[in-house]
Design a protein around this ligand. Structure first.
Ligand code: FAD
Length: 390
């Protein structure tokens, strides 16, 4: 029997949508998730830095993460199965955005937006930064913005599996299959073609395929401005002890945070060296030549870093404005998109999963109005630019 809703991609976003739909009181249909790799080896979710922040410049992003924080704090209420509560190890360690004089005005503007949204953030001058974080080099800084609660990190794999397990317990079916094409007839997706040559149809199709989303859109004759861009993460150990270390964002864009007795860190490559990319080769030169010197300049104790492990994953980058493209394209009625997260999709998965469930069940947003993230601004060329992209 054909399902009522097909979700393409069963990682964090697809599984969050499956869970919210299946648990939605107004929804009674059958949900099927089509996932090409049930081992989830290469998806962004499994390769993420798994952190959540309220320090965005776009109010909608702040609101989505605030919902995400609340959801993580009360995870057992939402995602327990047979009395067994998931543990994603949510640690509210905070984010610390640092700014030089050149970035101070933007830091302050973002702070105003964040405070208006109720984020628990505080601006710190250099003396206060040096007092709180004596291991930090502050001479070149003008200040920083610290999240006091609600921000931190968790286990991305565990969250995805918890969504998936709960969704399955509520009747959602997961099927291993690669969707090869969306077969469109006029204003509808009439069927989705699968790699075994068969096809399925459904009342609604959700594209939660991460970096695979643009190819699916193309098969339906739609241009989705989302590209796959490589981002590498390095797990390092250091003899330096950094008490109270939050997730630190250097003015250069380099980041680091504690992880398992050491730290994870990374940096985006220069825009001129950041092509569409599908390989998983770790950019070791980026660490040696760019990241390590920046980290050692910011934390003198990092001169003696040792890389223990490293991996590459891919952001699904929305090339228009680095924000999610959410909801239906005006030319196709039964296809919903949730793509182009540009590096902040894991923390948004609860809010986006709930939003997709509302669109399917009620045809509109009931809780958070996320219309600003819809296709209109994409097709109208009106970017909703997020300034804090890490
Ligand atoms: C290095 C790195 C660090 C990150 N750090 C953070 C962070 O700290 N905080 C944060 O919030 N976000 C972070 N992100 C981003 C975050 O991981 C993603 O935005 C989020 O996981 C996206 O989830 P998704 O389910 O949309 O996509 P994915 O996790 O990529 O899943 C898409 C799924 O779709 C499947 N699929 C694709 N095409 C098809 C098809 N044709 N048929 C069937 N299945 C298909 C794939 O197999 C995959 O399982 C990071 C990403 C990376 C790479």
């Amino acid at each position: 029997m054909n399902p009522d809703v097909i979700i393409i991609g069963g990682a964090a976003v697809g599984s969050a949508a499956a869970y919210f739909l299946a648990s939605s009181p107004g929804f009674e249909g059958r949900v099927m998730v089509l996932e090409q790799d049930l081992g989830y080896e290469f998806c962004a979710t499994a390769r993420s830095a798994a952190s959540i922040r309220h320090q965005f410049s776009t109010p909608g992003n702040i609101a989505m993460s605030q919902f995400g924080t609340g959801f993580l704090r009360r995870l057992p209420e939402h995602l327990s199965v047979d009395g067994e509560a998931p543990d994603v190890g949510f640690h509210e360690g905070g984010y610390l955005f640092l700014a030089t004089a050149a970035g101070e005005a933007v830091l302050r503007e973002n702070h105003t937006t964040q405070r208006q949204m109720g984020a628990d953030v505080v601006l710190l001058g250099t003396a206060e930064l040096a007092r709180r974080f004596p291991w930090l080099h502050t001479a070149d800084l003008a200040g920083g913005s610290l999240g006091l609660s609600g921000e931190g990190w968790f286990d991305a794999w565990a969250l995805m599996q918890a969504f998936r397990r709960k969704a399955r317990s509520l009747g959602v079916t997961y099927r291993q299959a690669r969707v090869t094409a969306l077969r469109r007839q006029g204003r509808r997706i009439a069927a989705v073609g699968l790699d075994d040559g068969s096809s399925l149809s459904a009342g609604t199709v959700i594209n939660a395929a991460g970096t695979g989303a643009a190819a699916l859109a193309r098969s339906a004759g739609l241009f989705l401005p989302v590209q796959s861009r490589k981002r590498c993460v390095f797990h390092v150990t250091s003899p330096a002890s950094l008490p109270g270390c939050p997730l630190v964002i250097d003015p250069s864009g380099a980041y680091f945070r504690p992880e398992g007795g050491g730290f994870i860190c990374g940096i985006a490559p220069a825009a001129s060296d950041d092509p569409e990319c599908h390989d998983f080769e770790v950019a070791h030169a980026l660490f040696d030549e760019v990241l390590w010197p920046l980290l050692a300049a910011r934390v003198p104790g990092f001169e003696a870093l040792r890389v223990q492990r490293s991996w590459a994953g891919h952001y699904d980058v929305n090339t228009l404005d680095a924000n999610v493209i959410l909801g239906a394209h005006p030319e196709v009625d039964n296809l919903l998109f949730a793509n182009g997260f540009s590096g902040h999709g894991l923390q948004q998965s609860p809010a986006v999963g709930r939003a997709l469930a509302e669109l399917v069940t009620h045809g509109r947003y009931l809780t958070l109005d996320l219309a600003a993230f819809g296709w209109d601004r994409v097709l109208g060329g009106r970017p909703l630019v997020e300034r804090n992209v890490v």
